[in-house]
Design a protein around this ligand. Structure first.
Ligand code: DHB
Length: 309
């Protein structure tokens, strides 16, 4: 039994794509919708208007992960609303919104709030590292608090947020103190580790075009940071705020570790991009095998039950 629940969203499998992976166009969303194993899916983070994003090359595979500077390429808010209206939802779709300003966030959330046909889960992305000149909101605690205060003054549907990784336990305390004031459905942690840099030494050149080569790091190499953020936030957030664990999952053991740290659901980014949609079937089988070997019947049997020495 790999079922999980966040707010009104019940799933029979805890896995979903990480936002940005295979979820920009209608064809990609359909692929995820009809993929037989994953329990839910999330859209590419949307802005009010469509965006091409940053110049190419903007994704580069590394030996143990990836670096990207996509710059929020997306088809625009209305495109995704139309998608939801015109396609049967075989599995729940989380709507990821990432305005480039507080005003853009509020505009999209007002539309979602006022749309009676939309009752799904929304995720407010406070952590895009790649839009030129835009800071990551979730690293500015007072600004994040101001935004959430305004959002929850009118927003009554299930709403979670996507966070960047934190690297100091004091920052875990500070963000948790902000988030615990609000009725969030969930926190999704981590986004990519912002503003890494990779270099091709032969040519002495950066590998990404945007931002002089700086970009968000993901994949296997970020697993320790992801586990620390899932664990550190699970220890600090109200129990009503569920956690979607994201970051560094390439196999069933990695997913098991996220759940031990407290993840309700687990999303897969770099590995899904590199391996394709078959990732869900493989990782699910690997996780099931570990659970069977340990005699666990449900995720609740071990979720959050990490042992310390
Ligand atoms: C992009 C990257 C992110 O990590 C994110 O949260 C949103 C957008 C991007 O570059 O498109």
């Amino acid at each position: 039994d790999l079922s999980a629940q966040i707010a009104n969203m019940k799933v029979n499998n805890l896995f979903l794509n990480a936002s940005g992976i295979h979820c920009q166009t209608e064809a990609e969303l359909d692929d995820l919708m009809h993929e037989p194993v994953s329990g839910a899916m999330v859209t590419k983070s949307m802005t009010p208007q469509s965006r091409f994003g940053n110049p190419l090359p903007r994704y580069y595979r590394l030996a143990n992960g990836s670096i990207n500077s996509m710059g929020l390429p997306n088809e625009g808010f209305d495109y995704y609303m139309d998608y939801l209206k015109n396609h049967e939802q075989i599995k729940p779709v989380i709507v990821s919104v990432a305005g480039r300003s507080k005003e853009e966030d509020l505009e999209m959330l007002h539309t979602l709030q006022d749309d009676d046909r939309y009752q799904g889960l929304t995720e407010l992305n406070l952590s895009c590292p790649n839009v030129i000149g835009e800071p990551q909101m979730a690293y500015d605690f007072p600004s994040a608090n101001d935004l959430l205060k305004e959002v929850f003054s009118f927003y009554k549907k299930p709403l979670g947020i996507k966070l960047p990784p934190y690297f100091d336990l004091v920052h875990f305390d500070q963000i948790a103190e902000v988030l615990n004031q609000y009725p969030l459905s969930h926190v999704n942690t981590i986004n990519s580790i912002g503003n890494g840099l990779w270099i091709d030494v032969n040519s002495e050149t950066v590998v990404l075009k945007p931002k002089g080569g700086f970009g968000g790091v993901g994949g296997a190499m970020v697993l320790p940071t992801a586990l620390a953020n899932v664990r550190g936030l699970r220890q600090r957030l109200n129990p009503s705020i569920k956690i979607i664990g994201t970051g560094g999952v390439t196999n069933g053991r990695d997913a098991f570790a996220h759940i031990l740290c407290g993840a309700e659901m687990v999303s897969i980014g770099t590995q899904l991009y590199e391996e394709g949609l078959g990732t869900f079937e493989r990782v699910t089988r690997e996780l099931t095998d570990i659970m069977e070997a340990k005699g666990y019947q449900s995720l609740a049997d071990f979720r959050g039950k990490l042992k310390v020495i």
